[in-house]
Write a protein that binds this ligand. Structure first.
Ligand code: ATP
Ligand code: MG
Length: 233
């Protein structure tokens, strides 16, 4: 069998400062290739910190993180940035689309950053938007799109360069129930097509659709369980 695509061991993260916070207190966590994992737990338990450390968005203070065979612990900041750009996809609660760019221009950013030529970048971005049912909104700017449409554009941007892992932090946090459903089913569909997805959520209906749920508390993983979960905020 393949090695897990994400392997973290004894991962520690301390936010330094007047009031230092030990946000991750020795995390062991693995994600299999093709899995969809939900991370749940109370506010402040370290979910975002864990996602940021595993995905190369943030550095950490101890332990090891290996993603798709690459050891993030030994990478320079610069190498980690390049790795993240080329091999990771991100979806955030606040969509984080660039306001002056159209939908298709937002989606093609990861491809252009990989130096794909502009014609192929445009073609693949349009194909991705079409897959997500948004071809008719390709030339709209984010302020001309609904919240759900903006998040679908963000999902398209996260997936377009076929990342090793898509990381989603509260991807439905700003969306109503109906639109949440659309986004979740989209992620489930992409996962069925083989995309590995790790998402953080407070929403039990969202967590339920993942194949596995991991619960955090006070910087530790409490327990791993399959199937249904109770989620407390
Ligand atoms: N930049 C920072 N500097 C100092 N402390 C931080 C920083 N970011 C987070 N923390 C602290 O680290 C802990 C974990 O925060 P984190 O954002 O990972 O929690 P979370 O589980 O994502 O919470 P939420 O569900 O509210 O998003 C919290 O106690 C928080 O106050
Ligand atoms: Mg968070």
């Amino acid at each position: 069998m393949d090695a897990p695509i994400v392997q973290a061991s004894r991962l520690r993260k301390v936010y330094q400062g007047a009031n230092a916070v030990e946000a991750l207190r020795g995390i062991d966590f693995e994600v299999e290739r093709g899995e969809m994992v939900a991370i749940v737990g109370p506010s402040g338990s370290g979910k975002t910190t864990l996602l940021n450390c595993l995905s190369g968005l943030d550095s950490f203070n101890g332990g090891q993180v290996v993603v798709d065979g690459q050891d993030l612990s030994t990478m320079s900041d610069r190498a980690r940035t390049a790795y993240r750009r080329d091999h990771m996809g991100f979806v955030f609660q606040a969509f984080n689309l660039l306001p002056v760019l159209s939908a298709v221009e937002n989606v093609e950013i990861p491809l252009l950053l990989q130096n794909l030529n502009s014609r192929d970048s445009r073609r693949r971005a349009l194909e991705m938007l079409e897959t997500l049912g948004l071809a008719h909104r390709a030339n709209h700017r984010p302020d001309q799109l609904s919240g759900g449409e903006q998040q679908r554009v963000a999902v398209a941007r996260a997936l377009v360069h076929k990342p090793a892992v898509v990381w989603a932090d509260e991807p439905t946090g700003n969306l109503d129930t109906e639109v949440t459903q659309v986004i979740v089913e989209l992620l489930v569909r992409m996962n069925k097509d083989g995309q590995t997805i790790v998402l953080v959520t407070h929403n039990p209906q969202v967590a339920e659709r993942a194949r596995r749920t991991v619960r955090m508390r006070d910087g530790r993983i409490e327990k791993a369980e399959a199937g249904r979960v109770e989620v407390s905020a």
